[in-house]
Ligand binder design. Sequence first.
Ligand code: M6R
Length: 434
Amino acid sequence: GAMLASDAQPLLEITSDVVFLEHGDLVVATKNDISFQELNSGKTVTRQSTKLDWSVEKLNKQGFPHYMLKEIYEQPAVFVDTVNGLIDRARPEPFSMVPQPGVELLDKAKRLILVACGTSWHAALLGKYWLESLSKIPVSVDLASEFRYRNPVLSDGTVVIGISQSGETADTLAVVRECKKLCVPTVAITNVRGSTLSREADAVFYTSAGPEIGVAATKTFTSQLVVMVLFAGYLYNRSSSANAMLLFDEMIRLPHILSDYLGSESGKENSLLEDVKKAARALVNLRGFFLIGRGYSFPMALEGALKLKEIAYVYAEGYAGGELKHGPIAMIDKNMAVVVLAPKDRWREKTISNLQEVKARGAIVLGIGDAADSELRSLCNHWIRLPEVPSPVGENLLPFLLAPAIQLLSYEIAVLRGTDVDKPRNLAKSVTVE
Ligand code: M6R
């Protein structure tokens, strides 16, 4: 017999051998047999099966009340696995990628266009910050659903990178197909081996997040961010190898910092959980949430707002701090929570002035910043402490610490509101239709 699904993940409990269909395939599945034909020609074709290397253990909650929480806690391991999957650690130079066709495409690229949807789009936005500031290569970021219908200019030397954890998102696939027609090279970043995106792009980089069951993307987001930093670091090494080495060293240290920050055991209280729970209880009944940040913290604010919307069903918007005065600040009053992402980085001062603007209008402020930042603490009604990241190079990696803070905040608010955290209403894990 055969079972059919729009994504490999639901089949994992039954088998790890799956057959991925090609575009335009017709499947005839009977009790005893399964065969494949090309819909247009009616020709019978052979489709090989792929063995998924995901362990079934990942498919239970391992003592956590929800998959989402378990997946948030898996982020340090996912970070390490994704680095190890793509980097050749035996080589002395930093960010040395395991050779494969995608690396050659990166080498030749004069311009990168990153396309994705939802959380993967937020990973792409962060990718732009890293890639442009470190590698100096021009990068544009587009929503797949917009890119596919807007006749973009694709000059010589452009490489289009589709980012999709599932590798099955209809809009992202459509972009890759369109680019292929135009002979523009395409690269996939995906978490699913053998997924449609991985087969249709010219080259693929896999994230190693393992199966993600919660509909809200958490660890897959982090794994995509890892790939973004690896790309940026790889290209950075061409122009500035000593600095690339410093960044690489920080990257290798980061999972330890992240793991200490999260605390390793499920449910064990630590400063992060304590801060998040306190803030969630204080803010849960307010009218809505604004999340603001600058630099890396801007896409993180968008991601935090998306998480709040999708699992807690609360009104939440992410803004670049500098945009507040151009309209959204009119929304601020004492019934609005403003989450200010103000880690110790080169944007902190400016973000603090935005904090003061919203505070003056009565907002209830939740600051997320360095544990030693007493000025920030004194300006906020509530706060979530981030661990200290000592060197200036380390500021590039702050999104990895902001991620669990915003994810846990949305998680705790969703739990307080009694929503179905792992299966939020109206959403699906793979969005295979337009
Ligand atoms: O599988 P993809 O990464 O292509 O999915 C894209 C979006 O549908 C996805 O990120 C969605 O926004 C998540 N539910 C966010 O948590």
